[in-house]
Design a protein around this ligand. Structure first.
Ligand SMILES: O=C(CO)[C@H](O)[C@H](O)COP(=O)(O)O
Length: 245
């Protein structure tokens, strides 16, 4: 069902992200252990959680950040933090996504935090994804944008070529090493590299593709989050849509 947002004319993408994020924070209850996502949409959710804690409307929250950046943000807001060693089961995680398909499978990691995101969000009872409507796709990889894969730096080119070769028969893809602002390879929080895969066609069976990628030595994790989201909140010009698994 679509709930109208407002009668104002055109909302920016940032406004839509904020609307989805605030809606997701309605799912947060005092006493919860929360996975705190990474990216420009999750940023709004983390800020809102900090605001509600400050106002005393939420109490006893423990956050588990999915990146160093989110950790810094949470610390600046006074959100108490922990880790998966101490809290191996989380009540809820809220995070953005780069693509969401019709089955609520996701591509994540264009912000570079896919490994920690997958670890934290895989340990949650509920995983609420927040997106603006531009992230909705029919099939993953279909936006023509990147599907990130975290790899070890050792002989990264060898691993990138092997990733390309995996798809040479079917979809076909180009693997590009992600480069940071300084012109050097982008480094993840785990001191790994990211290779972005650009598909020419449909990826095919996602579980098969996932297994094949993970079987390559040198690959740490990929950005497909299959069967993980329990709820997706989509903010669009016509309103908010909540999709449940
Ligand atoms: O997976 C992610 C970071 O690794 C982000 O959640 C994803 O890139 C979406 O980011 P944004 O909300 O800025 O569009």
């Amino acid at each position: 069902m679509v709930s109208p947002i407002s009668s104002s004319p055109v909302l920016t993408q940032d406004e839509l992200k904020k609307i989805a994020a605030y809606k997701a924070v309605d799912y947060v209850e005092s006493g919860m252990v929360l996975g705190l996502g990474t990216g420009s949409t999750a940023y709004y959710a983390v800020n809102r959680i900090g605001e509600l804690l400050k106002q005393g409307k939420l109490t006893n929250i423990i956050g588990i950040p999915t990146s160093k950046k989110t950790e810094e943000q949470a610390i600046s807001l006074g959100i108490p933090l922990s880790d998966l060693d101490t809290h191996p089961v989380l009540d809820l995680a809220i995070d953005g996504a780069d693509e969401v398909d019709t089955y609520l499978n996701l591509v994540k990691g264009r912000g570079g935090s896919l490994l920690r995101e997958k670890m934290v969000e895989g340990a949650c009872k509920k995983f609420v994804v927040i997106v603006d409507e531009s992230k909705m796709v029919k099939t993953l990889g279909g936006s023509g944008l990147a599907m990130p894969v975290e790899i070890v730096p050792f002989c990264w080119n060898f691993t990138a070529k092997r990733l390309e070769r995996l798809f040479s028969d079917a979809a076909g893809c180009v693997a590009k090493l992600r480069v940071g602002d300084t012109g050097k390879p982008f480094m993840t929080d785990n001191m790994n590299y990211i290779v972005d895969l650009y598909f020419k066609g449909e990826m095919g069976d996602l579980k098969v593709v996932s297994d094949e990628i993970l079987r390559l030595a040198g690959v740490v994790e990929h950005g497909m989050f299959i069967d993980m989201a329990t709820t997706v909140i989509v903010a669009g010009e016509c309103g908010i849509t909540v999709k449940n698994k």
